[in-house]
Write a protein that binds this ligand. Structure first.
Ligand code: GKR
Ligand code: MG
Length: 424
């Protein structure tokens, strides 16, 4: 039997883009007027093009550029070689940092984060060349549609100096309920998550109760990104025990989460204290978390996210999915991954409804009944809109934002603001 012809990487293009983002509030500040992403295009000597999407802070872009050169010549089916090339290209310069989360998260593994979009793009090529959707390459879809959650945010009515945006202000329980109604009506979501850590905990508890009243059958969650002390977290867990399905990152760190977990039966979820493989052992040992939020951008791509899923399954941990502001290539990758991960049983997070611009051609990733149908065409199933990519790249060049800085932006409006986890 002859070995199939290899398809090797001939060139990689990295294109930073900026897309409009509303003034969404969180524990470290407020979203800037534009969110940044980098679009990765892997071209092969066989004429295929695969797509990936990742963060676009300047340090991360420099690392992507280094790896883009190093992977030329790699067989797109040889993901082990792709990983080795990434490790070698980044060398000793990758202690951490680079992809910023507005100061909210420490980076787990720079190698994993940089490798991720190249792996996704290679899987896209693999799928296009074999005629199979990416979910098939990940073991096969166990569901035809992937449920997502409505992701509510406290928000200002407008960015300073601009007119009100389409969503308007959300600073009260009633305004949040209106935001939720609009999202649920438009997208059909059956789970609702509130980004907390913005107002005092009692106000956020009141908001969750208002959501429960307005949506008696929806699954609810709140995520204050570590804004609360252990004592406050225990108190809120008791108050919301009959309201929410899980409590996400109430307090910082594995030890803090473990202290809360000892005092409540409510599952604690995290995308803050377990964000790399080396965090799993101490978290499991301490019984700190009941649910891990996976994220292929952080955990080293789609195959490594399935490895995470296997470890969670082994240790009886639930699995959900984290999101940051993202575009359609990421949504496609998230959908294929979730489809092919049997134990991902919670509705995934997505910021997708908050964006008004994209780089992919429309019509593939629509939400029906709160879920996205898993694309069945080869690869990720999404195609780049070259004009939109060009326009969002121009927007990147002109917008002046080069990294996510929620705190700096907040301080430009409220100079006394200090980001402060465990502040309440
Ligand atoms: O977009 O402000 C945001 C979120 O707070 C995001 O940065 C978080 O990483 O959604 C994320 C989370 O679940 O912690
Ligand atoms: Mg979170």
């Amino acid at each position: 039997m002859t070995r199939a012809t290899r398809s090797r990487i001939a060139a990689v293009e990295i294109t930073p883009v900026a897309f409009e983002d509303p003034p969404l509030l969180n524990v470290v500040g407020v979203h800037q007027p534009y969110a940044l992403r980098a679009i990765v295009r892997v071209r092969t000597d066989s004429g295929s093009v695969g797509l990936g999407e990742t963060y676009a802070d300047e340090t991360h872009l420099a690392r992507l550029a280094a790896v883009a050169k190093a992977v030329v010549g790699t067989d797109v089916f040889d993901l082990n070689a792709l990983w080795r090339a990434t490790v070698d290209a980044l060398g000793a310069s990758t202690g951490g940092g680079g992809a910023s989360f507005g100061g909210m998260l420490e980076l787990g593994s720079a190698v994993a984060t940089v490798y991720s979009p190249f792996e996704v793009a290679c899987l896209d090529v693999q799928g296009r060349e074999t005629g199979r959707p990416v979910s098939d390459l990940l073991g096969g879809a166990v569901r035809d549609t992937v449920p997502f959650s409505a992701y509510l945010f406290y928000k200002w009515a407008r960015h300073p100096g601009r007119p009100d945006d389409d969503w308007g202000e959300a600073l009260t329980p009633d305004q949040l309920v209106d935001q939720a109604k609009r999202m649920v009506t438009a997208y059909g979501f059956e789970a609702i998550k509130l980004k907390g850590g913005v107002l005092p905990p009692a106000d956020e508890v009141e908001a969750m109760r208002a959501l429960r009243e307005a949506f008696p059958d929806h699954r609810l969650r709140i995520d204050p990104n570590g804004a609360w002390t252990v004592d406050t977290s225990v108190k809120v867990a008791a108050e919301l025990a009959d309201v929410i399905e899980y409590l996400e990152d109430p307090t910082p760190g594995i030890d803090g989460m473990a202290a809360v977990a000892r005092e409540t039966d409510l599952p604690l979820a995290t995308n803050m204290c377990v964000i790399a493989f080396e965090h799993l052992e101490p978290a499991v040992r301490a019984n700190a978390v009941g649910v891990v939020l996976s994220d292929h951008h952080l955990w080293g791509g789609l195959q490594r996210s399935r490895l995470l899923a296997g470890i969670c399954d082994t240790f009886g941990l639930g699995l959900s999915m984290h999101s940051n502001s993202h575009l359609g290539i990421s949504l496609a990758a998230m959908t294929h991954l979730a489809a092919a991960t049997p134990n991902l049983t919670y509705a995934c997070d997505t910021h997708y409804p908050w964006k008004t611009e994209d780089v992919v051609k429309p019509g593939v990733l629509d939400f029906v009944g709160g879920a996205v149908a898993v694309p069945t065409t080869p690869g990720l199933g999404v195609d780049l809109d070259e004009d939109a990519l060009g326009a969002l790249h121009e927007q990147y060049l002109s917008c002046g934002i080069r990294r996510r800085e929620d705190t700096v932006y907040m301080q430009s409006v409220q100079p006394a603001f200090e980001p402060n986890t465990a502040r309440w």
